[in-house]
Design a protein around this ligand. Sequence first.
Ligand SMILES: Cc1cc2nc3c(=O)[nH]c(=O)nc-3n(C[C@H](O)[C@H](O)[C@H](O)COP(=O)(O)OP(=O)(O)OC[C@H]3O[C@@H](n4cnc5c(N)ncnc54)[C@H](O)[C@@H]3O)c2cc1C
Length: 285
Amino acid sequence: MRLEDFDTGTTYQARVLSSERITAEQAEEVREIVLEVEREQFDYQPGQSVGVIVSGEHDQGHKHHFRLYSVADTPATGDNGKPRITLCVKRCNYIDEYSGERYQGISSNYLCDLRAGDSVTINGPFGIPFEVPEDKDADLLLIGMGTGIAPFRALIKHIYQDVKDWRGRVRLFYGAQTGLELLYMNEEKDDFSQYYDQQTFEAFQALSPRPNWADPIAMDFALEERSEEILSMLDRPHTRVYVAGRADILETLDRVFARIIGCADQWARRKAELKAGQRWVELVY
Ligand SMILES: Cc1cc2nc3c(=O)[nH]c(=O)nc-3n(C[C@H](O)[C@H](O)[C@H](O)COP(=O)(O)OP(=O)(O)OC[C@H]3O[C@@H](n4cnc5c(N)ncnc54)[C@H](O)[C@@H]3O)c2cc1C
């Protein structure tokens, strides 16, 4: 769905409770921002996104700049009964190909500059949630790139802390350019380590082989190394595959899954079946 097709008519105010940088100084800036919504109801689930609206006279002439951010934690409520939302936002800067000028992304810079007590306009939630299957024996294959880890942080927490006694395999594949950019899995903040003693959970990292070059992140190698297990997961009837983060991963995944499963046609059919049953869900951007 195109951004201009979202309903931005109904908005809410939220207050920033905290904003914390979760990457080292040498890495790209990514902040975890906790908001408190100024109303009693704001229901959302892992895999959904919240809209952020930045008003003002923007360079490109538009008055309301609207962007989406995935929820990075399970739903929570403060002592005052107001809903809380955690976002994980990367500060984006772009170089114009023609002029060579550097532009700051409007919404990401606005969010990363907010401090505790500031107010922000939001709406939503939007998107298809990453549902937890009813069958606790179901396998989950989670593939995230960059800030695409945010919804999986929420989903995995929900599985092990709220649903509990999960018996299916949960396999998280996480790609980033460098180790410093592995969010929630770095020296600043390592949230996933609390699940490593869960027998059903395993996490795999995929980094770029030469981080200072434009070489792609080696997600294909990470997946292919575990092709036997992935194939057995895909063969089970309740397995879900959830993909989040940079959209360019989709092409790589099609290539890798085609190799794992046998050929491109076979993979195209299997993927269509998975999608039709909501067993393959993408949250990509
Ligand atoms: C479903 C969904 C979930 C998402 N979840 C997350 C998330 O969890 N975390 C996260 O960090 N991001 C997430 N994103 C991405 C996020 O929505 C934004 O796209 C991102 O933060 C960049 O937005 P921006 O407003 O900062 O940049 P923009 O201002 O929108 O800039 C983007 C483009 O505009 C160009 N541009 C910018 N300024 C100028 C200018 N002055 N003149 C000419 N060209 C210019 C840039 O070159 C660039 O191509 C998600 C996106 C989607 C669709």
